[in-house]
Design a protein around this ligand. Structure first.
Ligand code: GDP
Length: 325
């Protein structure tokens, strides 16, 4: 039976990846950062009905001794580094913490893997935010990076360190450059969930408006459930490599609002108000990727359309607010 260790196991991708790996017969271990509110940490695993099936191990990406101990205990075949300070906007307020966790944390984990279990296969969660101020209309593995936030700078460090550990030490280390991926388990601070939660509140009479930032930004949004399969596929290849995962379609925040409100029969323009406090010091205006390499080499294609995802997310938020009035 294969063993996987996931950092960021309590996040959206950690939950879907755990579910996917459990379904393939893996023993799944998750690194759990100590939190003041330990009663809510497993909420996403609970949502998927797998909270009892993932074995949680105390640890923190910023503490290499805890990573060494976790790797010694788990003896993983595969390590997925999904842990990060992952919210772009917060990275301007906490740039050094973001660097400590998202950049140096990945370094700690790579170094611990090199020391303790160099045969293990390693996945680094890289991000389309690394393209930032885009240098090519459609971004792929060969597009130069131009990060536009402390978050993106930190992710770029982790990305290049992964490439370097592969090339220098022969680790089976792959980096997935994933474009935005969403789901009902997306954190509420991210724009898609903020919108679908707002739609549910307004539809149920719990709110009358939704305050938003830049409506012009466009993103290539896919479904997290599809993307975690791509992560796994990368680690099943004989040779480690870097791959873009995306849908190849870009949609504005404005159109996402339109679609989500329309799903419950409302006109978004009556409820959405722009509020400068949600703007960022620097913006990533447009992201749209090509996953041609992942399709060719991994046989990976995203299965969920944006329309299906918006419907699933709005329905989930309606249910959440109805169940917990
Ligand atoms: P990101 O691509 O990782 O930054 O993911 P987000 O979901 O946080 O943001 C996606 C885009 O939506 C960015 O260009 C934001 O500026 C834009 N956006 C507009 N209004 C909002 C808002 O109220 N909250 C968030 N999180 N993003 C917003």
């Amino acid at each position: 039976m294969k063993r996987a260790l996931i950092t960021g196991v309590t996040g959206q991708d950690g939950a879907y990846l755990s579910q996917f790996l459990l379904g393939r017969g893996y023993e799944v271990y998750g690194l759990l950062r100590r939190s003041a509110s330990s009663d809510v940490v497993a909420e996403r695993l609970r949502w998927l009905g797998i909270q009892g099936d993932v074995q949680l191990i105390d640890g923190n990406l910023t503490d290499m001794s805890s990573l060494i101990r976790a790797l010694q205990e788990v003896k993983p075949d595969e390590v997925y580094n999904l842990g990060a300070q992952s919210f772009v906007k917060a990275s301007w307020n906490q740039p050094l913490l973001t660097g400590g966790v998202t950049a140096l944390g990945a370094g700690n984990l790579l170094e611990a893997v090199r020391l303790i279990c160099p045969q293990a296969r390693f996945y680094q969660a890289s991000s389309s935010e690394m393209y930032g101020k885009i240098q090519e209309k459609v971004q792929d593995e060969n597009t130069p990076f131009y990060p536009r936030s402390p978050y993106a700078v930190a992710k770029l460090y982790a990305h290049w360190l992964t490439v370097n550990y592969r090339e220098s030490f022969g680790l089976h280390a792959s980096s997935g450059i994933l474009f935005n991926h969403e789901s009902p388990l997306r954190g509420i601070e991210f724009v898609t969930r903020k919108i679908t939660d707002g739609v549910a509140r307004i539809k149920l009479g719990k709110a009358t408006e939704l305050r938003m930032g830049n409506l012009e930004a466009t993103r290539d949004w896919g479904h997290a459930r599809d993307y975690v399969q791509g992560m796994w596929l990368m680690l099943q290849q004989e040779e480690p490599d870097d791959y873009v995962l995306c849908t190849g379609r870009t949609t504005s925040v404005r159109d996402f609002c339109r679609m989500a409100f329309a799903h419950v029969g409302l006109d978004w323009e009556q409820y959405v108000i722009t509020d400068a406090s949600f703007l960022r010091p620097a913006e990533v205006d447009v992201l749209i990727g090509s996953a041609a390499k992942a399709k060719r080499k991994l046989g990976w294609v995203p299965e969920t359309s944006l329309e299906q995802m918006v419907a699933e997310m709005v329905e989930a938020d309606l249910k959440r607010h109805t169940d917990r009035p």
